[in-house]
Write a protein that binds this ligand. Structure first.
Ligand code: RP5
Length: 162
């Protein structure tokens, strides 16, 4: 199976990245985690993206806060799908990172998940890999069924608690 590359702009983004890591682990998807900043280490971020395909990656996830250019900077240097996680790390509640990540110019797409959306970033990465992996697609279907069952259990219980 192709690997998922998870890049964060700072180790202060780790609590959000942890959610993505836990989700990928639960599905048995191989991954690598790195700290490369679009601003502080632009050369390393660029090189990682340029070599990602030949190094066996299928999807990249970029987590960054504030003026969050990491996802876009990676996307500029690869045609692998790039998923951006805007992180809440300033007084702007993550809106700064959301707009910086989502407002890409035409030609260089970034699939942006919710502010601090580490779990969905990993699920989207899994769904992309599952296009060519039937066993992984089955695992994703099973998770959807389990999640639905959890909601229906809550529905059954809600009447009694009100
Ligand atoms: C961004 O600036 C990082 O992704 C992080 O969310 C934010 C703050 O970084 P630190 O000052 O905590 O290293 O580039």
């Amino acid at each position: 199976m192709k690997k998922v590359g998870i890049i964060m702009g700072s180790d202060s983004d780790l609590p959000i990245v942890r959610k993505a890591v836990d989700t990928l682990r639960a599905f048995g998807i191989p991954f690598e985690v790195h700290v490369y900043s679009a601003h502080r280490t632009p050369g390393e971020a660029r090189q990682f993206a340029m070599e990602a395909r030949e190094h066996g990656f299928g999807v990249l996830i970029a987590a960054a806060g504030m003026a969050a250019h990491l996802a876009g900077a990676l996307a500029a240097n690869t045609t692998l799908p790039v998923i951006g996680i805007p992180c809440r790390s300033s007084g702007s509640q993550g809106m700064d990172a959301l707009l910086s990540t989502v407002q890409m110019p035409s030609g260089i797409p970034v699939a942006t998940v919710a502010i601090d959306g580490g779990t969905n970033a990993a699920l989207l990465a899994a769904q992309i890999l599952a296009v060519e992996d039937a066993a992984l697609a089955d695992k994703l279907d099973e998770k959807r069924r389990a999640d639905a069952a959890t909601v229906l259990k809550k529905d059954a219980a809600i009447g009694a608690s009100i």
